[in-house]
Design a binder for this molecule. Structure first.
Ligand code: 3PG
Length: 307
């Protein structure tokens, strides 16, 4: 009997686990759950004799991949797969996949929710501002960026986007204005919503030059990854510009400085929760289970992300 391990430090909603179990039962696979584990060694031990693994932001590093003696596939139930050691997977002949688009709406809703929260002075009772009529720059127009645009349109925002990998006409047909450079985007927009992945090219790429060019009352919204921010630059800007605000679904490494010095100008969720809805858990979790069955039974590699 094939074995599927669900290793989630931040567990899926129960309904999603039930759905994953149903997919496994139907395929005749055994489901093993490792939730809220505290040490990486727990993951390493659990992976020892399974055929497939479903993870979220859990680290599928070299030690995990090599410990999986029967491991054939790792699926990141979600979009960003910067937590998987792709080289280790390729070297061991393990297929790595993600489930693009499955949790995007949850992340997009949170991005807009955080914008409202900050525009309304964190609900402190004082007069805030409205999103209507404000400029929003979507940095990367993938599954999440597209949905952010759709929701922001409902708020009456003026929406711009920059994404060199997406056809200009495809963005424009959503009623979004395309800018030619990332510099243009930051210069034009009071709100920037980040949707770039974390990779060698993007890490620390959100720097002083970009952020300092944003208009007065600038709000940077990060539901992507903390690694894409140059935190030293961000702190320099927070110090120099009293109007600058940072809201993020990922606590920065320099969180204590924000807490000490910039009260009211920042908000960080205690644990990444962009994708933490029942719907997103169901969509991404069940898609991951189905992708595993399709791969193990038919060799389907549609969502493979390693070479
Ligand atoms: C993703 O890349 O899909 C999101 O960041 C969600 O991550 P999570 O599954 O750890 O909440």
């Amino acid at each position: 009997m094939k074995k599927v391990l669900v290793a989630t430090d931040k567990p899926f909603a129960k309904v999603a686990v039930d759905g994953i179990r149903q997919v496994c039962d139907k395929a005749g696979y055994q489901l093993i759950l490792l939730e809220k584990y505290t040490a990486q060694s727990d993951f390493i031990n659990a992976v020892a004799d399974v055929d497939a693994v479903i993870i979220r932001s859990d680290k599928a590093d070299k030690s995990v991949i090599e410990a999986g003696k029967n491991l054939k596939i790792v699926v990141r139930a979600g979009a960003g797969y910067d937590n998987i050691d792709l080289e280790a997977c390729t070297n061991k002949g393990v297929v790595a996949m993600n489930t693009p688009g499955q949790n995007s709406n949850a992340v997009a809703e949170l991005a807009l929710g955080m914008m409202v929260y900050q525009a309304r002075k964190q609900f402190n009772g004082g007069s805030g501002t409205e999103l209507s009529g404000k400029t929003l720059g979507i940095h990367a127009y993938g599954n999440v960026g597209k949905l952010v645009a759709k929701i922001a349109k409902g708020f009456g925002m003026e929406i711009y986007a920059f994404d060199p990998f997406v056809n200009k006409a495809d963005i424009e047909k959503d009623g979004v204005k395309v800018v030619d450079s990332v510099e243009d985007l930051y210069k034009k927009c009071q709100y920037i919503s980040l949707h770039i992945p974390a990779n060698d090219k993007t890490k620390k790429s959100i720097n002083f030059a970009l952020l300092s060019s944003m208009p007065k009352g600038a709000v940077l919204v990060n539901t992507a990854r903390k690694e894409v921010i140059n935190e030293e630059d961000l702190l320099k800007l927070m110090e120099e510009r009293q109007d600058f605000q940072y809201v993020s679904d990922i606590e920065p490494d320099c969180k204590t400085v924000f807490e000490e010095k910039y009260k009211g100008r920042f908000f960080f969720t205690p644990k990444k929760m962009g994708a933490q809805t029942e719907e997103a858990n169901i969509n991404a979790g069940i898609a991951a289970a189905n992708q595993i069955v399709a791969f193990l039974e038919e060799g389907d590699t549609k969502f493979k992300v390693n070479k």
